[in-house]
Ligand binder design. Structure first.
Ligand SMILES: [Zn+2]
Length: 121
């Protein structure tokens, strides 16, 4: 269909025109609703600081939250929000575990090193 305001082509399910922002379906299921948490910032942060693959999954779902919400699909947006949150948390904990394991490993190496030094002394 086409936007009655600016005439640009918009999706059949679109609630708001992407070009001019005019509301297309005031009675849409998402009208007046608050968009679920997108996790976009969090998933970008964990992608940068922790692990790329899980973070990407978070970003993809985070993008789905807003696109589904804007398409009037509140259930889809909620599901995408849950998925985004899940992957963001997974990558956060995996990244944190990797950092902890790294420190344990370093401490262990230093510990063995100093024990060996003591034994030789
Ligand atoms: Zn428009």
């Amino acid at each position: 269909m086409f936007c009655p305001n600016c005439g640009s082509e918009v999706s059949e399910k679109a609630v708001v025109c992407v070009k001019c922002g005019v509301a297309l379906k005031p009675n849409s299921p998402t009208a007046g609703q608050v968009m679920p948490k997108t996790w976009l910032t969090e998933s970008i942060l964990v992608t940068l600081f922790c692990c790329l693959p899980f973070g990407i999954a978070g970003i993809v779902n985070a993008a789905n939250v807003s696109s589904r919400f804007n398409a009037g699909d509140l259930n889809g947006a909620n599901m995408a929000s849950q998925q985004a949150g899940k992957w963001t948390k997974v990558s956060f904990w995996v990244g944190l575990s990797a950092i902890i394991l790294y420190f344990v490993f370093v401490v262990f190496i230093f510990g063995v090193g100093s024990l060996a030094a003591l034994a030789n002394w």
